[in-house]
Ligand binder design. Structure first.
Ligand code: IPE
Ligand code: IPE
Ligand code: MG
Length: 243
């Protein structure tokens, strides 16, 4: 059993909507294995994974979660074969095209965490466009981590603090992260069976509750999210103190 996992058997239960995490973060892992199991190319898993993201974001909004941050492409994922990387980027483009059309109707704000400057001009333009639309209203916000790494984000924040002559305080570093102004995730979910953070939100996860499950991301459902939230709601969060 992993150090961080509390393996309580899942008993029937309901999410307590009065004690929801404000911010849930998800490492969307297992797309490739999901496809391989079916004799499909890895890219087929990414396609289904994108649909699952859409559904889980809608569900988070319906539940009343304020922020959902998902890991879509890490600074390490460039090591993958070029055709897989370009398919992932193509899917993101397609997703953003569709999202732009429905954002105002769905009231889902989209933000990006990561270094977008090396992405294609099309993707950058779409990201700017979604940022502009998002600025027009408030409500549920989904953050997509794209070419994101926790260490790169920390270095960037440190450089920004230095350039601005800011003191080295936790507040100043937090204010210079991509997540500035957003509460830290209370709950981090990693489907796909691996028990590691893979360079995700290293600063923001300092006191997050971690939930790991074997379900591969393309098989992840609303019920699975309920299960993770119920597990989170059973935990005793002490933050170093005593109760
Ligand atoms: C996560 O699924 C998506 C990305 C990292 C882009 P993977 O592609 O890592 O799937 P597995 O872990 O190989 O099954
Ligand atoms: C983490 O998954 C990154 C994303 C989900 C985008 P990986 O599949 O890249 O992580 P490792 O290689 O198992 O650590
Ligand atoms: Mg993986």
């Amino acid at each position: 059993m992993g150090l961080f996992t509390k393996k309580t058997p899942h008993t029937a239960g309901e999410v307590d909507r009065s004690r929801l995490p404000r911010h849930i973060a998800v490492i969307m892992d297992g797309n490739g294995r999901w496809a391989k199991k079916r004799g499909l190319p890895r890219t087929a898993g990414h396609k289904v994974g994108a649909e699952v993201f859409r559904d889980i974001a809608t569900y988070c909004k319906e539940l009343g979660v304020e922020y959902l941050t998902v890991y879509a492409f890490s600074t390490e994922n460039w090591k993958r074969p070029a055709d897989e990387v370009s398919t992932i980027m193509g899917l993101l483009e397609q997703y953003l095209h569709e999202a732009i059309d429905t954002m105002e109707k769905d009231h889902i704000r989209l933000r990006f965490f990561g270094d977008m400057s090396v992405l294609s001009p099309e993707l950058q333009a779409l990201a700017h466009r979604t940022d502009d639309i998002s600025a027009h209203y408030d409500g549920f916000q989904a953050n997509i981590c794209l070419n994101y790494g926790g260490r790169a984000e920390l270095l960037r924040a440190a450089q920004r603090c230095a350039e601005r002559g800011l003191d080295w305080t936790e507040e100043n570093l937090s204010a210079n992260m991509y997540s500035a102004g957003i509460p830290d995730p209370e709950l981090v979910i990693r489907p796909g069976g691996e028990m590691r953070l893979s360079n995700f939100l290293l600063w923001q996860c300092a006191y997050s509750e971690l939930y790991f499950c074997d379900t591969l991301w393309p098989d992840f459902t609303r019920q699975e999210l309920d299960k993770a939230i119920i597990d989170y709601q059973r935990r005793d969060r002490r933050f170093g103190g005593v109760k």
